[in-house]
Design a protein around this ligand. Structure first.
Ligand code: FES
Length: 103
Protein backbone atom coordinates (compact mmCIF):
# COMPACT_ATOMS: atom_id res chain seq x y z
CA UNK A 1 0.00 0.00 0.00
CA UNK A 2 1.23 3.49 -0.72
CA UNK A 3 1.22 6.18 1.88
CA UNK A 4 1.92 9.57 0.35
CA UNK A 5 2.14 12.37 2.90
CA UNK A 6 1.90 16.07 2.10
CA UNK A 7 4.85 17.58 3.98
CA UNK A 8 5.09 21.22 2.90
CA UNK A 9 4.74 23.70 0.06
CA UNK A 10 7.50 23.28 -2.52
CA UNK A 11 8.12 27.04 -2.41
CA UNK A 12 8.99 26.72 1.28
CA UNK A 13 12.11 24.68 0.47
CA UNK A 14 14.93 27.14 -0.18
CA UNK A 15 16.58 26.64 -3.57
CA UNK A 16 19.74 24.52 -3.44
CA UNK A 17 19.36 24.15 0.28
CA UNK A 18 17.88 21.84 2.93
CA UNK A 19 15.08 22.23 5.45
CA UNK A 20 13.98 19.97 8.32
CA UNK A 21 10.34 18.94 8.65
CA UNK A 22 8.46 16.69 11.06
CA UNK A 23 5.83 14.60 9.32
CA UNK A 24 3.88 11.56 10.47
CA UNK A 25 6.18 11.11 13.48
CA UNK A 26 9.36 11.19 11.42
CA UNK A 27 12.08 13.81 11.21
CA UNK A 28 12.79 14.40 7.54
CA UNK A 29 15.30 16.50 5.63
CA UNK A 30 13.93 17.99 2.39
CA UNK A 31 16.48 19.04 -0.22
CA UNK A 32 16.10 21.18 -3.30
CA UNK A 33 18.85 20.71 -5.88
CA UNK A 34 18.65 22.34 -9.30
CA UNK A 35 14.86 22.40 -9.11
CA UNK A 36 14.55 18.75 -8.04
CA UNK A 37 13.45 17.59 -4.61
CA UNK A 38 14.86 14.79 -2.45
CA UNK A 39 14.00 13.53 1.03
CA UNK A 40 15.99 11.57 3.61
CA UNK A 41 15.78 10.96 7.32
CA UNK A 42 17.04 14.04 9.12
CA UNK A 43 19.07 12.41 11.90
CA UNK A 44 22.53 11.27 10.82
CA UNK A 45 23.21 7.50 10.92
CA UNK A 46 26.44 8.18 12.82
CA UNK A 47 25.33 10.30 15.77
CA UNK A 48 22.73 12.69 16.97
CA UNK A 49 23.01 15.50 14.47
CA UNK A 50 20.42 16.92 12.13
CA UNK A 51 21.36 16.94 8.48
CA UNK A 52 19.20 20.05 7.96
CA UNK A 53 21.85 21.87 10.03
CA UNK A 54 24.55 20.64 7.67
CA UNK A 55 25.93 21.96 4.44
CA UNK A 56 24.44 21.02 1.07
CA UNK A 57 26.77 21.11 -1.90
CA UNK A 58 25.30 19.82 -5.15
CA UNK A 59 23.75 16.43 -4.35
CA UNK A 60 25.83 15.93 -1.19
CA UNK A 61 24.78 16.81 2.33
CA UNK A 62 27.56 17.17 4.88
CA UNK A 63 26.72 16.36 8.49
CA UNK A 64 27.44 19.28 10.81
CA UNK A 65 28.94 17.09 13.55
CA UNK A 66 31.75 15.04 11.94
CA UNK A 67 31.44 16.05 8.30
CA UNK A 68 30.19 12.70 7.04
CA UNK A 69 28.62 13.10 3.59
CA UNK A 70 25.56 11.43 2.05
CA UNK A 71 24.24 11.51 -1.50
CA UNK A 72 20.75 13.00 -1.07
CA UNK A 73 19.46 11.11 -4.16
CA UNK A 74 20.11 7.65 -2.77
CA UNK A 75 21.00 8.19 0.88
CA UNK A 76 24.33 6.51 0.20
CA UNK A 77 27.08 7.20 2.75
CA UNK A 78 30.04 8.64 0.85
CA UNK A 79 32.88 8.90 3.36
CA UNK A 80 34.14 8.28 6.86
CA UNK A 81 33.14 8.28 9.64
CA UNK A 82 29.83 7.05 8.19
CA UNK A 83 29.29 3.31 8.04
CA UNK A 84 25.58 3.27 7.31
CA UNK A 85 23.54 4.79 4.50
CA UNK A 86 20.66 7.06 5.41
CA UNK A 87 17.13 6.22 4.43
CA UNK A 88 15.82 8.13 1.42
CA UNK A 89 12.18 8.38 0.35
CA UNK A 90 10.29 8.72 -2.93
CA UNK A 91 9.15 12.29 -3.57
CA UNK A 92 6.63 13.89 -5.90
CA UNK A 93 5.47 17.46 -6.42
CA UNK A 94 1.74 17.87 -6.87
CA UNK A 95 -0.40 20.96 -6.52
CA UNK A 96 2.61 22.96 -5.39
CA UNK A 97 3.18 20.60 -2.46
CA UNK A 98 6.01 18.20 -1.68
CA UNK A 99 4.67 14.67 -1.13
CA UNK A 100 6.77 11.93 0.45
CA UNK A 101 6.03 8.23 0.35
CA UNK A 102 6.39 6.83 3.86
CA UNK A 103 5.48 3.33 4.96
FE1 FES B 1 26.97 12.76 11.38
FE2 FES B 1 28.97 11.97 12.98
S1 FES B 1 26.97 12.52 13.53
S2 FES B 1 29.01 12.28 10.83
Amino acid sequence: ATNWIDVLASEDVPEDDVIGVDAAGKQLAIYSVEGEFFVTDNICTHGHARLCDGFLEGFEIECPLHQGRFDVRSGKALCEPLTEDIRSYPVKIEGGRVWVELD
